[in-house]
Design a protein around this ligand. Structure first.
Ligand SMILES: C[S@@+](CC[C@H](N)C(=O)[O-])C[C@H]1O[C@@H](n2cnc3c(N)ncnc32)[C@H](O)[C@@H]1O
Length: 160
């Protein structure tokens, strides 16, 4: 996933975080997306949630990016609980790991944790709705073979 960080492009600069204070990055991996968001918006604080054996990678990268003093790292399991009190909840390249039923369970946990005003920021590769070639299709097969997940179209996300 670290090698595929180019998916983030200029997201940190283009998304509007001006009304936010706390970003809860659900299953934030090595912290790449969160470090970009915090670097681009110095008023923000970050709360990455990750598994215990992965959080050290986030600590290292966030420290290298010089934003660790604005972070509170949380170890946990998103099927059991997600930190509350955030304003934006990125869910980056998480749903594509799971089948629809598990995705619904993860999204339910997000909904339980998120304050009324908070926003969910789903970051995924979108396969085209037609037959045109796209990198997302290779990822679709990759996710299916390795973790039983899938890439979903914009229409699929919109219908949920
Ligand atoms: C495909 S990676 C995406 C990482 C990051 N969000 C990104 O876009 O680079 C999925 C992440 O989910 C984390 N994860 C898997 N199961 C989890 C769970 N039950 N609770 C919290 N994190 C979990 C993994 O450790 C992994 O870092």
């Amino acid at each position: 996933m670290a090698a595929g960080a180019s998916i983030f492009g200029r997201l940190a600069e283009l998304a509007d975080f001006s009304a936010a204070t706390v970003i809860v990055d659900v299953a934030g991996g090595n912290g790449e997306l969160l470090s970009r968001i915090l670097a681009a918006s110095p008023h923000l604080h970050g709360v990455p949630l990750e598994r215990p054996h992965v959080i050290h990678a986030a600590r290292k990268l966030l420290s290298q990016a010089g934003v660790m003093d604005r972070c509170e790292l949380i170890t946990g399991d998103f099927t059991e609980g997600i930190p509350g009190g955030g304003d934006v909840y990125p869910l980056s390249r998480v749903l594509h790991d799971w089948d629809d039923e598990r995705c619904a369970a993860i999204l339910r946990q997000c909904a339980e944790a998120m304050p009324e005003h908070a926003e969910l920021l789903i970051v995924e590769r979108l396969p085209p709705e037609d037959d045109s070639p796209a990198l997302a299709l290779a990822w679709d097969v990759h996710m299916l073979c390795n973790v039983g997940g899938r890439e979903r179209t914009a229409a699929h996300y919109g219908s949920c």
